[in-house]
Design a binder for this molecule. Structure first.
Ligand code: 5RP
Length: 212
């Protein structure tokens, strides 16, 4: 059911791809369906900017050129999944630990199309533990700051991000002010990226093949 909706969403996102585009590509099982569908159009696009080593490997495997964001300038389109999505298209992301590069590409893109299955839709963000990428030496410091704010930080032990950092998953937050929380956490030294995409939410959300 959910895998079917993921496939539908990945394939439906193809309609946003314009001829000659350089497409920003996210990470995860839903995006994998998008990459497979994008492979059919590979002769009509210039290439992709990838958000993870995992997606880079997949893109190369299907013959889509992977380009450097520093060389491409702004992108017209970014397609990525999410772990949670609220009615304002604000997201929790980072379940696959790719949040930093995902957030960079989202910021660099004119249109962010988010592809999800219906299980990701929530009225209020926070049931899915909020991923935060941290510089390793700041793990305990950030953990204490999260506790001060009422959260329960759990180190994703054994996971090293593509950037060489660690991930803390924060349980127990009902996120009533996503932009405020994102801004607050962004001030703490040692946090690389907060997995809240609220300052820059999605522009379009596809739930299966339906526009939300
Ligand atoms: C990776 C992400 C993914 O978009 C998110 O985890 C959703 O993954 P999936 O499509 O496999 O459910 O944020 O960092």
């Amino acid at each position: 059911m959910s895998a079917n909706e993921k496939r539908q969403a990945g394939e439906a996102a193809i309609r946003y791809v314009e001829d000659g585009a350089i497409v920003g590509v996210g990470t995860g099982s839903t995006v994998a369906f998008f990459i497979d569908a994008l492979a059919d159009l590979k002769d009509r696009i210039q290439g992709a900017v990838s958000s993870s080593e995992q997606s880079t490997a997949h893109l190369k495997r299907v013959g889509i050129p992977v380009l450097d964001l520093n060389a491409t300038g702004r992108l017209s389109l970014y397609v990525d999944g999410a772990d949670e999505c609220d009615p304002h298209k604000r997201l929790i992301k980072g379940g696959g630990a790719a949040l930093t590069r995902e957030k960079i590409i989202a910021e660099a893109s004119d249109k962010f199309v988010c592809i999800i299955d219906s299980g990701k839709q929530v009225p209020l963000l926070g049931k899915f533990p909020l991923p935060i990428e941290v510089i390793p030496m700041a793990r305990s410091l950030i953990g204490r700051e999260i506790v001060k704010r009422g959260g329960n930080p759990v180190w994703r032990d054994g996971v090293v991000t593509d950037n060489g950092n660690w991930v803390i998953d924060v349980h127990g937050w009902q996120i009533t002010d996503p932009v405020g929380l994102e801004n607050d956490l962004n001030q703490l030294p040692g946090i690389v990226t907060v997995g809240l995409f609220a300052r820059r939410p999605a522009d379009v959300v596809l739930v299966g093949d339906k526009v939300m």
